[in-house]
Design a protein around this ligand. Structure first.
Ligand code: ARG
Length: 459
């Protein structure tokens, strides 16, 4: 096949080079954006009198037809037409002749690809955004059910202080809420229209860049033609946002895996979200959570790959930058795969409240509260800390919890402990007296849920 750029060449491209160079295999997924961009460009060329208005109209009509044909699977792309941009231009020209050949006036594939990838990723961000909002809804709905479900909180994976499952869920709400705002922020910087940058140095044609930006729904146009075709920081930024989002899903997945174990037994995954073993008949494995945790690795890898691809290339466009697509597409695909399955896995699992409560009781999770009790009776905190440390050592030796001490036993350690201690260090009090803003008390988590709902309503 004759190349669109073949004029100065006397030999045809080596077959291996055609395969090597071609990106159609993976960039064909941007065909809608490529066509939309070309229609806007053609319309502007016609409006500016750069190409005949009739040609601009012909181009727009035929590009719509091509779009419908691709939708319907009626188009076969060619490896030796290299990429989506030249494949579509070739089909157009095959169909409408000279008018089609005028489309690329005042444009380069360099600004074209910069446009397409921005548009494509903004569309993907919109989809991921909707999935994230669904995830936030799932978390809030579950949290509402569990403001009294007491469970142990951990530091160093050692029991620390009791919290509630609602509080734990709302922690993830906060994280995913930040992920959402990061995506919005990322989109804001992506939402700048590069067409008109040309290959690198703009163009002599009187393009109306603002018009094209408006047609395509962009907020602004890029302000430097070299930058417009050269940077992929917006791709890297998205890869970073998605990495962070996956990190959050992965941490929660890790917890669910732990909690599903016989040792914890805090939750049980629904049968529909678990898998068995081919040899061990008793097994019910949390594969979904494990795969989410595992897939986080590839999303991180893409971030590092993209950073590395970009770090040493001089301005302006270099073919290296074609390597931006597969990683970011895979990151987007992976997140879109993980988010919905994560939500359904979470909302269908059984929460074993009794085990959570039982778990919160061992391990001296109320030791801080015994110290706080002594402080409220007048002891300086450091002294109280030391007294309770001795109590814990005694309790370990005698294999009992602090709330199982008799009054005589308490008296061995301090003479200011009254029998109001039992109420002061019950799991319910430990949780519900922590009414500080952001704390786990039923009242405060209730307020957090309310403000979460207000936030969601405003989205
Ligand atoms: N397929 C190319 C890419 O993805 C399009 C731009 C190519 N430009 C060029 N001058 N070779 O980056």
């Amino acid at each position: 096949m004759a190349k669109l750029w073949g004029g100065r060449f006397s030999k045809s491209t080596d077959k291996k080079v055609d395969d090597f160079n071609s990106s159609i295999r993976f960039d064909k997924r941007m065909y809608r954006q490529d066509i939309k961009g070309s229609i806007a460009h053609a319309k502007m060329l016609g409006k500016q009198g750069i190409i005949p208005k009739e040609d601009a109209d012909k181009i727009a009509v035929e590009l719509q037809n091509i779009s419908a044909d691709i939708d319907a699977g009626r188009v076969e792309f060619l490896i030796d037409a290299e990429d989506i941009h030249m494949n579509i231009e070739k089909i157009l020209t095959d169909r409408i002749g000279d008018a089609g050949k005028r489309l690329h006036t005042g444009r380069s594939r360099n600004d074209q690809v910069a446009l397409d990838i921005r548009m494509y990723l903004m569309d993907e961000i919109a989809e991921i955004r909707a999935m994230l909002i669904h995830a936030l809804t799932v978390l809030v709905d579950m949290a509402k059910e569990h403001t009294e479900t007491i469970m142990p909180g951990y530091t160093h994976l050692q029991k620390a202080q009791p919290v509630t499952f609602a509080h734990h869920l709302m922690a993830y709400f906060e994280m995913l809420k930040r992920d959402l705002s990061r995506l919005d922020d990322c989109k804001r910087r992506m939402n700048v229209m590069p067409l008109g940058s040309g290959a690198l140095a703009g163009t002599t044609y009187p393009l109306d860049r603002e018009f094209v930006a408006k047609e395509l729904g962009f907020d602004a146009v890029t302000m430097n033609s070299l930058d417009g075709v050269s940077d992929r920081d917006f791709v890297i930024e998205l890869a970073s946002c998605l990495s962070m989002l996956m990190m959050h899903l992965s941490r929660f997945s890790e917890e669910l895996i732990l909690w599903s174990s016989h040792e914890f037994s805090f939750v049980e995954m629904d049968d529909a979200f678990s898998t068995g073993s081919s040899i061990m008949p008793q097994k019910k494995n949390p594969d979904v959570a494990e795969l989410i945790r595992g897939k986080t690795g590839r999303v991180y890898g893409h971030l590092m790959g993209l950073l590395t691809t970009m770090k040493g290339i001089p301005l302006a466009y270099n073919k290296d930058m074609q390597e931006d697509k597969e990683p970011i597409f895979d990151s987007v695909d992976t997140v879109k795969l993980c988010l919905p399955v994560f939500c359904d896995m979470l909302s269908t699992m059984t929460v074993k409240k009794d085990n959570m409560l039982k778990g919160s009781k061992g391990g001296f999770t109320n030791a801080t509260d015994v110290a706080d009790y002594l402080v409220k009776k007048g002891l300086p905190f450091r002294e109280a800390h030391a007294v309770v440390g001795k109590m814990v050592a005694y309790a370990v030796l005698n294999d009992k919890n602090l709330d199982e001490f008799t009054m005589d036993e308490f008296a061995r350690f301090s003479d200011i402990i009254g029998d109001d201690i039992y109420d002061a260090i019950s799991m319910e009090t430990c949780v519900n007296d922590r009414r500080v803003i952001g704390g786990p008390a039923k009242e405060t988590v209730g307020a957090a849920i309310k403000s979460a709902e207000e936030y969601m309503a405003g989205l």
